[in-house]
Design a protein around this ligand. Structure first.
Ligand SMILES: *Cc1c(COP(=O)(O)O)cnc(C)c1O
Length: 427
């Protein structure tokens, strides 16, 4: 066995991977390094990353500005606790997040992963109603095909079928699920689409603390693009029925959908917003939950007086410094033109897939392109095919999707789209 084979053997024996069996029967590819849009494998092959390491590295890997921000921060401190202490990286990042998100969002709670940011949002909503003397409002309204993370509260708001709730029945909170929106992003709005959401609010608003969903783009639950008017109507209905609105922008945030935040398509502002994934440009784990002043102030009047949550690594200085640099980097060039150009190229080059036998639908919004198949892919065989074509993608279920780093060049993106076309042709 050479060193790489030894690495793979040890990995197979001892290391869990996401959504994997142990030992893992699927191939894993050892990575030596990554730079720009490329992942370099231990065996010398070089892959164009077509999915930005799960929506995160919007400016590619090993970016000199992010590296420099990390090195400068490391020379000061990588970490201090946040209880009773504060520091410039966290304060500056909070200020930046407040400046770029909808105006009513004024307060930032940092955490270390998207799932925790969602847990925090849900706990905030429940404790808010407790403070308002409506302690029966503990449940959540969400929409089918959603994804909000893998911890228990977050999981309760994930699609009950995709999220495999039955495995944890009795432990996962029962939430209210509105039908998934059917009117697509570019279609004409039909008021009927919101009927199921409204009916659930009408019947159960005395039980519901908040509605929680991903605005406009449903991500890991199916990569679907739905009508902004759904988001606008849902926001109005939440106000009408006295229910808070939590928007999960963990995947959509920081330009991916074509707007800085997808809620801008609907021109609305939530009570609580979650961000993560691209926040630190894929450099290091960081997430945040933002709230309005009204939400935050309510806690002062409640029994506890404080919000009962505080991760050990909250506001990690290294992560905050890199995230701030990542946002400044995004602001330093015309990212909207770049995402628009990626969208245009994805439309042109993925559209021919629609003619293929195995294909049910092709859709593009912002820097997200999806080829939906009629049947689930076989991961054991399709992943190595993409690797052989020098492309890194991670299809799941019936979906082959790409959301490349914004820095991708047209010829690199063509390598991704042509691999998709050719491989799907052979299915
Ligand atoms: C990825 C994701 C999460 C969970 O984030 P983790 O960092 O994996 O915990 C939550 N919501 C949405 C919309 C996501 O895409």
């Amino acid at each position: 066995m050479n060193l790489t084979e030894q690495l793979i053997a040890l990995d197979r024996q001892h290391v869990w991977h996401p959504y994997a069996a142990m030992p893992n029967p699927l191939p894993v590819f050892p990575v030596r390094s990554a730079r720009g849009v490329r992942i370099e494998l231990e065996d010398g092959r070089s892959l164009v990353d077509g999915i930005s390491s799960w929506w995160t590295c919007i400016h590619g890997y090993n970016h000199p500005r992010l590296n420099q921000a990390a090195q400068q921060q490391m020379a000061q401190m990588s970490h201090v606790m946040f209880g009773g202490l504060t520091h410039r990286p966290a304060v500056d990042l909070a200020k930046k997040l407040i400046d770029i998100t909808p105006a009513p969002l004024q307060h930032v709670f940092f955490s270390d992963s998207g799932s925790v940011a969602v847990e925090v949002a849900m706990k905030l909503a429940v404790q808010y109603w407790h403070c308002r003397d409506q302690p029966s409002k503990t449940r959540f309204l969400t929409i089918r095909n959603g994804y909000h993370g893998d911890t228990f509260a977050a999981m309760s708001a994930c699609d009950p079928v995709n999220g495999m709730h039955h495995l944890f029945s009795g432990m996962v909170m029962q939430q209210y699920f509105a039908d998934a929106p059917q009117v697509q992003f570019h279609e004409d709005w039909q008021e009927q689409d919101i009927a199921s959401f409204e009916a659930l609010l009408k019947a159960h608003s005395d039980q519901i603390a908040a509605a929680i969903f991903e605005p406009v783009v449903q991500n890991a639950g199916g990569v679907r693009f739905y009508h902004p008017q759904y988001v606008r109507r849902a926001s109005q209905l939440c106000k009408q029925y006295n229910v808070l609105l939590i928007l999960d922008e963990i995947a959509t945030g920081f330009g991916r959908s074509g707007k800085l935040f997808a809620c801008e398509y609907a021109d609305i502002s939530p009570d609580i917003m979650c961000v993560g994934k691209a926040l630190s440009g894929g450099f290091i784990s960081l997430a945040a939950t933002l709230t309005t002043t009204h939400i935050s102030q309510t806690f002062a009047t409640g029994e506890a007086g404080v919000f009962m949550h505080g991760p050990t690594f909250m506001g990690n200085p290294l992560a905050c410094a890199v995230a701030l640099e990542n946002i400044q980097l995004l602001e330093s060039y015309d990212w909207q033109a770049k995402v628009g150009a990626i969208a245009q190229q994805l439309k042109t080059e993925l559209e021919p897939c629609r003619q293929l036998n195995a294909v049910k639908d092709v859709r593009v919004l912002g820097a997200i392109g999806v080829v939906e198949l009629t049947r689930p892919v076989n991961m054991a065989t399709i992943q190595p095919q993409f690797v052989d074509r020098g492309v890194w993608l991670r299809p799941f279920g019936r979906l082959i999707y790409t959301m490349p780093p914004y820095i991708i060049e047209p010829d690199e993106l063509r390598q991704v789209t042509s691999a998709i076309y050719d491989i799907v042709s052979g299915l």
